[in-house]
Design a protein around this ligand. Structure first.
Ligand SMILES: *[C@@H]1O[C@H](CO)[C@@H](O)[C@H](O)[C@H]1NC(C)=O
Length: 210
């Protein structure tokens, strides 16, 4: 096409296009960080869960250490000393993350002092490390049946999210929006309605079977 008056947009159109482009960019900038933050929060919770799983595995792996299998007084004494020792803690902490797992190593490094504090002072009072560490202290997870930064109840309630007929978005994490993805038989915001082709065999305010 040659450069003619018909090939370029009329001057009146140009500001509209510019405005549209600006709007699109703004929309992108506004929507990306929000989604990114939610994803990061989910990842942080699964990282923390992984750390606690490995911690518990480490506890099991070191439980029988320094124990000859006999039952001498010497062994009893050595064992009980080792049980709550710094040596045992260090052995466990060394194995919490694969070396390639950046998020895991980062989280352990950042909160190593907290883990030590729990080990030496708090584990008797708060034996559930996941609850104490991931949910209540560094606040990257939520109790089951709750979601989001403030651990709000999932749709359908925290006891039976989605009325037991679906999965609550962000369940147990500081991410998500608490909405339901229903099993294929169910539909609706609360997973109480039957999908087409499925028929209700029981239905009240809190229970639905299709
Ligand atoms: C709804 O149905 C369930 C399952 O039969 C029952 O356990 C529950 O008590 C019922 N709830 C009400 C409010 O009737």
């Amino acid at each position: 096409m040659g450069p003619g008056p018909s090939s370029s947009p009329s001057p009146a159109l140009r500001p509209t296009r510019v405005a549209l482009a600006v709007l699109l960019c703004a929309a992108l900038l506004l929507s990306l960080p929000v989604r990114g933050a939610g994803e990061r929060r989910r990842l942080a919770c699964s990282t923390c869960r992984g750390i606690v799983d490995r911690f518990n595995q480490g506890l099991a792996d070191t439980a029988k250490k320094n124990f000859g299998g006999g039952n001498t007084a010497w062994e009893e004494k050595t064992l009980s000393k080792y049980e709550s020792s710094e040596i045992r803690l260090v052995e466990i902490i060394e194995n919490l993350c694969d070396s390639s797992n950046f998020e895991c190593n980062n989280m352990v490094e950042e909160h190593e002092e907290l883990i030590e504090k729990w080990w030496f002072k708090l584990k008797k009072k708060y034996p559930d490390l996941f609850k104490w560490f991931c949910i209540e202290t560094i606040e990257v997870c939520c109790p089951a049946g709750t979601y989001g930064p403030d651990c709000l109840a999932c749709r359908g309630g925290s006891e039976r999210p989605c009325h037991g007929n679906g999965h609550c978005d962000g369940d147990g994490t500081r991410g998500g929006d608490g909405s339901c993805s229903c099993k294929k038989e169910y539909t609706g915001q609360f997973c109480l309605d039957c999908s087409s082709g499925y028929f209700s065999s029981l239905r009240n305010e809190t229970h639905s079977v299709c």
